[in-house]
Design a protein around this ligand. Sequence first.
Ligand code: AMP
Length: 182
Amino acid sequence: MKKHLLFLGPPGAGKGTQAALLCKKKDLIHLSTGDLLRAEVNAQTPLGLEAAAIMNKGELVSDKLVLSIVEKKLSILSEGWLLDGFPRNLLQAKALEALLEKLKQPIEAVVLLELNDDQLIKRLLSRGRNDDNEQVIRHRLEVYKEKTSPLIDYYNKQGLIKSIQAEGDIEAIASRIEKSIS
Ligand code: AMP
C-alpha cells in the first residue's frame, strides 16, 4: 500500500470526498490546501484575508503563500500523507519535488480523478460553497485546464499516474482508487 499520495483532477471531481474516505480507512494524513486556506479565511488571519478575494474569483492563490502552508505541514509529518488540491501548477510541483527530496519521502502515486465538464458543473452547482456560482465555476475549470492539467503529463512521464473514472457512486469510486494504489 502506497503512503505518499497526490490527488489530482478538476474541481468537482470528488477529490475532497474521496481523499477523506481513503485517509480515514488507511490512516493517512489528509492535507487539502483548499481546506487549509478556508480555515485561514474563517479565522480572518492576515493570510486568510489575502487569500479570500482570490479564492472567491476562482483564481489561484500565490505560490509563495500556498508553499509556505504546505512546507510547514509536511515538514512535521512522518506518517503517510495525501495531498489534495496541491500542486496546482508546475512551479508548485517542482517546489514539492525539492521539498520531498529533502524529506526523503518521494511521491508514490498520483491518483487522477476524471469526469466530464457537464457533470463537474452539475456537482459544483449543487455544493453551494462561496466560490461555487456558475461564472466562478467556469473560471475555475479554465484555470484547471490551463495551469493544473499540464501536471498530468508531468507525472505521467514519471510513471505515477493512476487514472480513475470518477463517475458513479461514492463507494464504487473509492474501491477503484484503493485498488489502484494497493
Ligand atoms: P479547492 O478546495 O481545492 O477547490 O480550492 C479552493 C480554492 O483555494 C481554489 O480555487 C484556489 O483559489 C485556492 N487553492 C487551493 N489550493 C491551491 C493551490 N495549491 N494553489 C493555489 N491556490 C489554491
